[in-house]
Structure formats: C-alpha cells, structure tokens
Ligand binder design. Structure first.
Ligand SMILES: Nc1ncnc2c1ncn2[C@@H]1O[C@H](COP(=O)(O)OP(=O)(O)OP(=O)(O)O)[C@@H](O)[C@H]1O
Length: 683
C-alpha cells in the first residue's frame, strides 16, 4: 500500500526535465536506435526483450534521479498486484509513441492475423534466423531416472536359461501303459512293470517333464557322448512332488545297458539319512537289473568303504576301478575318496546328480564342488603334467591291456599312442550330465555359474492357481524366492508368549489327537528339554485321566546328539509308527520322506523361508493332506509375517487363536510337569 501511495504521489507532480537530462535522454535514444539496427535483439526473445526494454526505458528515464529509479522498480514489482488494465495503461503512457507502434507490430495477437507483416519484423526475424541467439539455449533441468524395480534388479545377471525355463503344471500326470514300452516317457516295458509292482501307475508332474527329456532321444541313451554331450538339467518342484524318481528312473534305464561296471552315476546329498533313503529308492527300481549301488557317508570306516567301492587299489589303473555303477554319497566323504582312494575315478560318469542343490551349493568345505567338477573333466592335452600321464596302458591280471579303461574324452592321456592331429579332429567332451533338483532352487547367478552347466534346461513345477501362471511369472517367482508349496498343505500360525509355547503344543496335540507329527526346534538342546517335559506331561495326564483309557503318545528326540545307529533306529521306529511324535532339529527338515506324517509343528519358528518350505514339506507329500502349525513368539510375529509377505505367502498361513479358556484344562498338568523338569535340571 505504501508503494502504490508513493507512486501516485510521484505521478501527481510530474518532474520538469533539465536541459542536461534532455540531452542525456536523447543521446540514450540514439544509442538504442543504433543498437536495434545492428540486430542485437534476438527475434526469438522478442517478448522478453520487449518487457526488458520498457523496463529499461523507464529506468533510463529516471536515471538522473534516484527517486525515479525507485519508483520504476516498485512499479515492476507491484505489477501483478495492481489492476491489470490500470498498470498496462500506465506503462503504455510512459512509453515513447515509436516504441508503442513497434510493440503493436511485433505482437501478433494484438495486430490480428489480417495485418500486413511489418518490414521491421520481417527484417528482424530474417536476421535472427541467420544469427545465433544472444542468450544460451535453455535446456530442461536434469532429471533423476526412476529407480529400477526390485524385480528388474533381481533379473540382472540372471542365467538366460532360467528365463527360458519350461513351466510344468503340478496337476499334470501321465498314466503308464498297461503293457509294453511307454512311448511318451521313454521308459521300457521292464521299468513300467517294476513301477506297477511298486504301486506306481502314474508319473507325477516333474517326472512327466524330466524323464522324457532324458530318455526320448535314443542317442541320449548312450553311456558316452564325447561328440554330442548332453544338456544339463535344473528342476524346481515343490516338496514331496516326486523329484527322486525323476532322476532315478532315467539313470536306471540308461545304465542298464552297461556291460562293464564303472562308476557312471554319482548322487550327492547333504545328509546320511537322505543317502540311505535314496539308496532304497534306487534298489527298489533297479531290482533285477544287475546294477551295483554303493554309498559313502562316513557311517562305516574309510577302509571299509574303499573295499566296497574300488576293486583294485594296489595297481594304478588309468580308467580307475569301480565295484559300483551308482554311488550315493555326502560331499565330505566323496572328497575323502577323491583324495585318498587309489583308482577311484569320476572319468566314466554319465550322471552327476546334486539333490537339495541349493543346500549343497551353500556348503563350500574343501571346495568340494570345484574338486568334483574337475574330476569329471579331462584336462586339455597341453595341460597334462608328466605325473598325471600314464606310463603305459593299463593291463589286466592276464597281462592284456584294457582297451576301454579310459573314457573317450581321456584318450589323450595315453603317451604311448601317438597323437596325430588332423583338421577333422573334434574336441571330445566329458559325457557327464549334471542334474540339479530342489524345492527351493537357488537363483544366485554366482552359485549357478560355479556349476559350469552345459546348455542347461530348467523345469519349474509351479501351480497354475497361484498368482503368476505365466512362464515369466514362474521364473520371477524363483528369482524372487517365492517357492511353490504342495496344494494339499494347510498352514496355521499361533502367536503366543514364549512361556506358553509348551502349553500350546500340548493343547494342539491333545485337541487334534495328533499322532504322526514332526516337531521342529531350533537346537539339539531344546529338543531334549522339550521331549523331557512332554514325557512328564503325558505320564501325569495319563495318571489323572484314567491311564487305562488314555494311550500315551510315544515321543522321542532326533538330533545330532545321537549316534548314527540310534538315529537310524529312531527313524525306523517313527516310520513304523511305534514313535508318534518326533521332536527334531533341522537335521531332517530336508528331503526325508515319511508318508504318514500328518502334522508338522514348528515349535521354534524358522528364521528363513527356505527352512520353512522344507519343514512344512515333510507333510502333504505325494498328494496326501497335511497340516503345518508354526508357534510364533509375540516378539517374533512381525519378523515372521514380513518373511511370509516377502515370499508372497502370507495369505495361505491362517492365524489360529487359542484362548486361555481353551488351554485351561491342561494348565494344572503342565505346571506339575514343569516342577518335575526343574527337579531333573537342578540335580
Ligand atoms: N509317480 C508317483 N506315484 C506315486 N507316488 C510317487 C510317485 N513319485 C513319487 N512318489 C512318492 O512321493 C513321495 C515323495 O517323493 P520324493 O521324496 O521324491 O519327493 P521330493 O520331491 O524329492 O521331495 P523333497 O523336496 O521333500 O525332497 C515318495 O514317497 C515317493 O515314493
């Protein structure tokens, strides 16, 4: 308001111009005219220049007096506030007539479309098209690019083969024929008959994909493929979906053609229990085929295993010597034999199976994977150290050379046989085909690249009912570690206080009359303690509720604290349902197949999604129904839920609410059991 007032005051009394001032203004105008005629004003900036000019003119006019300058500045600043018409009129008044005319000519909207173009404007724009703009061109401000999405980041560096994975519907099955060979899967009549004897009439989804891939092409049935090496396989399928038979059947089928026993299939598994389980499957399927199956787990002495695996350890044999066609082992013992058993050779391997692949790839002791892969590959002829080359051809005990002692890809190791290289020479490759299986296949590109896979083919068994039924979706699920679960599994979580966990367990077991259950704890120590408490509870409960009527649940611990033989016997008793509830550590959370397990209780909640998937996967196997309950301590609830959300698996896990009223009948017995436990531990 003060500003406008001062303007009005100034306008009311126009100042008289002195002679000096008039001269100064004239000289100024002349300079301006001269400047205009040299084309300094850029055509592109007409509007801006016009404004500047009028402003400058006002300033010039008042240059002689500070008061005038102030007024002009204030006028410019106040322009938006004052009424638009009055301000404009005021400015127009202040401008010299010549400038106003020029302005009218330069402003097309004011001039109207029918007006003749002014020669001045034409001249100015013609000049401006020739001369560069006086001001620097204005570029848009730099913009920060959008951050790539989580999925885009996850896809970076990913194996191309994974992007081209074959998606298999878990509901897909294939019925085996009543008689004769199965043309579709490539299984022979003999194998089909054997499967029928074992009660298997259909192939499960993962089997319908993997078996034909390995068997359909007759060339792929050869024991050696040095010039046409086979493609490797990575298969991801839910727990209990039949991955074991997916590799056992083709291996037995192909190796049955062998004449000489050589180590041709090597199956690596993370635990002894799994080795024994897979051995049983091999023996059942290969019955009557004459294939020799061995294991190496450290369960027996090293010398004993050596005798079981290798025929001759006294003479050096180039091609190795093997008493078994198929060896199932843990990685530790495998390395022991590679290091310390003479004539234990992997050069004839036709199959290298890595089951529970993600778990095994996470184990790096003694660099086991690199050692095994190196043992399946011949070194290049130029890289053979003198010591590695054989002094002579291997000979039998009758003095006859073994013509087939070396695998084709290793023939260059024979020094006596002159190597004549021609242009037609083809490189001989190892015939070993790698087969990787897991319910939680790793997406880690560095781990996959360590396997040195040959043109790998990925199979992903993924439920079409899940959110991402497309191939890209299934691949993304693997990449984002969203694992597929058995369709027959029901999942619950129970949030409770830490001290209430045992009570909750007793409630669940009694309320649902649970008999065939696996209860997972976080450590061997907590396993033992829980079993003790459970035993006290059961015996007091039985006494109080008329022991004759109540059949106590048989409960045992299963952990690394037990000897191998104890573990084997306990597992056997559980299989035979002599033990009803097995409290265990994560030692048997993977791979163990006990068909009648109806419930899995995570007494201590798992800390990662992989562990959760494998634990709950001990039930609901091979299309059977199963329940999984997870006891979540109140302070863990947020972490557990976030873990489930990250794996897009929060919806299937329903919250089960157990009230004080529900557990009240068990509280007195529980308290008595606790007293007894305290007595035991305080001794
Ligand atoms: N085609 C089939 N028909 C009937 N039962 C089958 C068939 N294939 C496999 N099974 C049975 O399904 C059960 C689970 O198989 P398997 O142990 O191979 O599962 P898996 O996919 O390896 O599970 P995990 O990931 O937990 O190791 C086994 O008892 C097996 O005998």
């Amino acid at each position: 308001m003060t500003v406008i007032a001062s303007n009005v005051a100034t306008e009311g009394k126009p100042k008289e111009k002195t002679k000096a001032k008039k001269r100064y203004l004239k000289a100024k105008r002349d300079r301006r005219k001269k400047k205009q005629s040299t084309g300094d004003v850029a055509g592109t900036n007409i509007k801006v220049s016009k404004q500047d000019e009028s402003q400058q003119l006002s300033e010039d006019e008042g240059a002689a007096s500070n008061q005038d300058v102030e007024n002009d500045r204030e006028q410019v600043l106040e322009e938006p506030k004052a009424g638009p018409s009055s301000q404009k009129d005021h400015k127009e008044e202040k401008r010299p007539r010549k400038r106003q005319k020029l302005d009218q000519e330069l402003t097309p909207s004011a001039a109207g479309p029918s007006r003749e173009p002014s020669p001045v404007l034409e001249e100015t724009s013609a000049r401006s098209s020739l001369t560069p703009p006086a001001a620097l061109p204005a570029f848009p401000l730099p913009k920060r690019p959008d951050a790539p999405s989580k999925s885009t980041l996850a896809l970076q560096g990913l194996d191309k083969a994974l992007m081209e994975a074959e998606l298999v519907d878990p509901a897909k099955t294939h019925s085996l024929p009543e008689s004769g060979d199965d043309q579709e899967s490539g299984l022979s009549e003999r194998t089909v008959k054997r499967l029928k004897d074992l009660g298997i009439a259909d192939l499960f989804a993962v089997q319908t994909a993997v078996i034909p891939f390995l068997l359909a092409d007759n060339r792929q049935r050869s024991l050696y493929l040095p010039y046409d090496p086979p493609r490797d396989i990575c298969a991801s399928a839910p727990t209990g979906s039949g991955k074991t038979l997916a590799y056992v059947l083709p291996i037995v089928e192909i190796l049955s053609a062998r004449i000489i026993t050589r180590l041709r299939a090597l199956v690596v598994l993370p635990t002894r229990d799994l080795v024994n389980q897979v051995r049983e499957t091999f023996e059942a399927v290969a019955k009557g085929r004459g294939l020799k199956i061995g294991t190496a787990t450290g369960q027996h002495s090293f010398a004993h295993e050596q005798v079981q695996l290798v025929g001759d350890t006294s003479t050096y044999l180039q091609g190795g010597s093997s008493k078994v066609d198929i060896l199932i082992c843990t990685p530790g013992r495998l390395i022991d034999h590679l290091n310390g058993t003479p004539n234990f050779s992997l050069q004839h391997l036709r199959f290298l199976v890595i089951d529970e692949a993600d778990r095994l790839l996470a184990q790096s002791f003694q660099d086991w994977l690199a050692r095994v892969l190196a043992a399946t590959r011949p070194s290049s002829p130029d890289n053979i150290p003198e010591s590695a080359a054989s002094p002579s051809l291997s000979t039998s005990s009758h003095g006859l050379p073994y013509p087939d002692a070396l695998a084709p890809a290793y023939h260059h190791l024979i020094r006596e046989v002159a190597q004549v290289h021609t242009d037609l020479d083809e490189k001989k490759e190892s015939s070993c085909q790698k087969l990787l299986f897991s319910a939680t296949l790793t997406r880690d590109p560095s781990k996959i690249s360590a396997l040195n896979l040959r043109n790998p083919k990925y199979f992903v068994v993924q439920s079409a009912a899940e959110e991402q039924p497309t191939k890209e979706g299934a691949v993304m699920d693997i990449v984002m570690e969203k694992f597929s679960m058995p369709a027959t599994l029901t999942e619950h979580m129970i949030v409770c206080e830490t001290v209430q966990k045992p009570l909750m367990l007793f409630f669940l077991v009694h309320q649902h009359d649970v008999r065939n259950a696996l209860v997972f704890t976080k450590s061997a120590e907590s396993t033992t303690r829980l079993v003790r408490l459970f035993e006290f509870f059961e015996s007091i409960w039985a006494q109080e509720k008329n022991g004759a009527m109540h059949k106590q649940a048989a409960i045992r611990a299963y952990s690394s604290d037990l000897s191998a033989s104890d573990r084997k016997s306990i597992l056997e008793q559980f299989r035979n349902q002599e033990i009803h509830i097995l409290v265990c550590s994560d030692l048997i959370s993977r791979g163990i197949d006990i068909s009648h397990v109806s419930h899995v209780v995570s007494y201590d909640a798992p800390v990662d999604m992989r562990k959760y998937v494998h634990r709950v996967g001990r039930t609901a196997r091979a299309g059977r129904k199963g329940d999984a309950w997870t006891l979540v301590e109140e302070q863990e609830a947020r972490y557990f839920k976030n873990m489930m959300k990250a794996a897009a698996h929060i919806d299937p896990v329903k919250r089960m609410r157990v009230s004080e009223k529900d557990v009240a009948p068990y509280v007195p017995t529980y308290e008595k059991a606790l007293v007894k436990l305290r007595e035991v531990y305080s001794r």
